[in-house]
Ligand binder design. Sequence first.
Ligand code: F6P
Length: 339
Amino acid sequence: MKPISLTRFLIEEQRSRRQITPDLRLLIEVVARACKHISLAISKGELGGVLGNAEAYNVQGEAQKKLDVLSNEILLEANEWGGHLAALASEEMEAPHLIPHRFPKGNYLLVFDPLDGSSNIDVNISVGTIFSVLRCPEGVTEPTAEHFLQPGVEQVAAGYTVYGPSTLLVLTTGSGVHQFTLDREIGSFVLTQRNLRIPEDTSEFAINMSNQRHWEAPMQRYVQELLDGKTGPRGRDFNMRWVASMVADVHRIMTRGGVFYYPVDAKTREKGGRLRLLYEASPMAFLVEQAGGAATDGRQRLLERKPEALHQRVPVFLGSKNEVERVTALHREHDAAAS
Ligand code: F6P
């Protein structure tokens, strides 16, 4: 069978399902093109002079890497002039970026983490881009941060790329999750997996164990049960993996199942958690649910959380359904007993 390019896949989806408008198709293609550019810059590494710190800080006080800044610029530049967007927001920018007046405006809002897992950039480990597409509320021509504050259920598309041994794009527009691999010789993303499914059960978990002593009681109890393995209450051994790039950890889960947890802990309680709701948790939750998994903040379905701020942080529990439901139930039981 002839390979199916992202372009062909989107055109066929547009024909068969009316949800994909020509503008949404253009938007996804433009994001994918920008990601090819980012992939190229990353693959040059030291030779491209792109490693190391940018000597600047983002709105959350994190030191920016040169590649964080470059990836953000690539995504901004690519998306400004196509006429498909009303505004963009990014992890790397405090406020939304409006489409300059010299360009036509569209009806979508794009939110992204241009380079997720930036602590892995300089050590040649997989990193990625995460994006989410929302509708611009009707009648709004100059969107502000407030217009981005929509719960994840309102997303019209979400996806991530993994810049790893191969560059992958994993996408949902609300009818399953599909994986494309960058064919560098022809310069196109090619469909390599249709309808990714996350198994309901798993024996593999991803968490930063160094935070253990700061976790809440139900989290302590749950992870202890996993660590107790065969001789403990769960009656089987569990394996642990932690890449420290959410895209890479989530992609492993998309491929062979597993769970990814970033709970709130004593260190991050004031901020609400570690990961950002709008451009990390929400798009990943949409993808994971579309692949048959579950995603909560430990208490509530992530996709139903209405963001209170552009850069709001939340706890994240996602992946194989039965395991996420179990850890969520433990948190709820703990809250009910406490009240
Ligand atoms: O900023 C997000 C992120 O880099 C994720 O990609 C990753 O899962 C997490 O932070 C790593 O956290 P830690 O530094 O605690 O391992």
